[in-house]
Design a protein around this ligand. Structure first.
Ligand code: NG6
Ligand code: CA
Length: 512
């Protein structure tokens, strides 16, 4: 937000600079999924190196427990629950961030940066849902949101269309195989996972995911055509990373911003053969290894281009982890003692910490002290204003209403935590974290994610209050602390109502 109150950090006098900024954004990578965060059975040497050269956060949060709302919030600085149509998006959703909105990419573009987006998008394309012509330039795409260049997947790897989109047009479009997409009905004569399981030579679903088949894997949604433009899942990481490295090389002599959003470790997990079997956790572990490889390639490119010192790298994930997310990939049986959440309760979709507490590593040699760990409470909602502060951009009045400049936290120069962070579960139940407390508002949703993932949602008809300094959300102490419940609830109410005058009163002390 343009006028900061409440959680605004005190003004710093730092001069704006123009380092390159690379945001590495994993998909469904849990708080405990990296070796430097205590992962078992899998090694992540490249991410470990990033951590040893940067600042590792142990209390950092995504704004939501699923992809679309989390990405929306991070890229716009507005909580997704304020805006209808921001739930997990279909592959034929229209563009959810509208061209007139000021985005993270606009921050950089307005300072003359080259801006690029790579990999998972999942925020819609084209002007209207279901009305895209996938065989022509799309009517709205990332060029309208501040990205000069983009090479992306429209939604997720488990949703059609299974093609890359380059600058708003299907990459390698095959005129012999025009593309049609529907999330309502199948196209005549096209096989589906449900009716033709014999065609699923790469992976079978465990729930849902039984519609169109691409590359021997059935997906969500129906698709026809694509021909040589169709992706092969085993090459997705290579393809995204190649394009990202080419972008870096092309812009090595000018400042650039790169949003590098991996498909790993989302389902269907189908990593390249060369990453297979390097751990005992099966494809979920292999996907973590593949993610680490992608990070290593970006870091190696920075080194060889001589850009390491002048590049701020931020690594994180869009939401917490899930083990069985709808494909029969034996991820659960093979965990072998590994805890993807690192012992946190819940997981992806959940109001509990496992849903939104994510790894965050920040590296900027010479500016961020290396090899340090911090428990400073931070949220991705603040990254837009923090990046604007970094490069000296004034965010237009009314834009990024929920984002505050917390650059000092990110760079490790200001250890005072954000007084509170707000998190959205899959059904939009809101939770509020402070350094000490976790409040989950009453919710009537089911206690377990209903489609087989076995994740605790954290929904309960009564208010929940946990002292996270004592246990991992196991003992609800709401009845013992009605005053704390009332205070945290009123913050949630005020954020909902955008009552920032009241919020200023809640500048909690770090002990709360
Ligand atoms: C769910 C999918 C899940 C995943 C999720 C979105 C089923 C049964 N489950 O509906 O597989 O795609 O949506 O994940 O279809 S996210 O990380 O992109 O938010
Ligand atoms: Ca995700």
């Amino acid at each position: 937000m343009a006028m900061g109150v409440g959680v605004q950090a005190s003004a710093t006098d730092r001069k704006p600079e123009r380092p390159n900024v690379i945001l590495i954004y994993a998909d469904d990578l849990g708080y405990g999924d990296l070796e430097c965060y205590g992962a078992k059975n899998v090694s992540t040497p490249n991410v470990n190196r990033l951590a040893s050269e940067g600042l590792r956060f142990t209390n950092a949060h995504a704004a939501a427990a699923t992809s679309t709302p989390s990405r929306y919030a991070m890229l716009t600085g507005e909580y997704a629950w304020r805006k209808p149509g921001t739930d997990v998006a279909a592959g034929n959703a229209g563009m959810i961030i509208r061209p007139e909105q000021f985005t993270m990419a606009d921050v950089f573009k307005s300072k003359g940066y080259a801006t690029g987006a790579f990999g998972k998008w999942h925020l819609g394309l084209g002007d209207k849902s279901g009305e895209q012509d996938w065989n022509a330039p799309l009517s709205a795409a990332l060029g309208d949101l501040g990205f000069d260049y983009s090479y992306i997947m429209a939604a997720t790897a488990d949703r059609v269309p299974c093609v890359f989109i380059e600058n708003g047009m299907v990459a390698n479009h095959d005129p012999e195989a025009p593309i049609s997409v529907s999330y309502e009905s199948n196209f005549d004569g096209e096989p589906t996972g449900k009716d033709n399981p014999e065609l699923l030579y790469n992976m079978r679903p465990s729930h849902g995911h039984d519609q169109s088949i691409v590359n021997g894997i059935s997906r969500i949604g129906y698709m026809k055509g694509g021909g040589k433009a169709l992706w092969k899942d085993e090459n997705i990481a290579d393809s995204i990373t190649d394009h990202a490295v080419a972008f870096m090389a092309k812009h090595k002599d000018e400042p650039f911003f790169m949003y590098f959003a991996t498909n790993d470790v989302h389902v269907p997990r189908f990593p390249h053969e060369r990453f297979r079997g390097k751990n005992k956790m099966g494809v979920r572990g292999d996907a973590i290894v593949q993610f680490d490889w992608s990070v290593g390639r970006i870091m190696a490119a920075l080194d060889s281009l001589g850009l390491t010192d002048n590049t701020l790298v931020i690594l994180s994930s869009d939401n917490g982890p899930v083990v069985d997310d709808g494909y029969d990939d034996r991820a659960k049986e093979l965990l072998s003692g590994h805890s993807p959440t690192g012992g946190l309760r819940g997981g992806k979709y959940s109001a509990f910490e496992g849903g939104t507490r994510v790894p965050v590593i920040v590296r900027w040699p010479g500016h961020v002290a290396g090899g340090k760990t911090t428990d400073c409470l931070v949220s991705q909602i603040d990254w837009l204003e923090s990046m604007a502060s970094l490069v000296g951009v004034r965010v237009p009045q009314g834009s990024a209403p929920d984002s505050y400049n917390r650059l000092g936290n990110l760079l490790g120069t200001d250890p005072r935590p954000r007084p509170w962070v707000l998190e959205q579960a899959a059904d939009k139940t809101l939770s509020l974290r402070t350094p000490k407390w976790k409040y989950i508002e009453p919710s009537t949703g089911p206690a377990i994610v209903p489609w087989g993932t076995e994740i605790e949602t954290g929904y309960l008809a009564m208010p929940q209050l946990y002292d996270v300094t004592v246990d991992a959300e196991t003992r609800n102490v709401a009845a013992d602390h009605p005053d704390v419940v009332a205070m945290l609830k009123s913050i949630v109410d005020d954020v909902r109502a955008m009552d920032y005058f009241n919020l200023e009163l809640y500048n909690l002390s770090p002990d709360d």
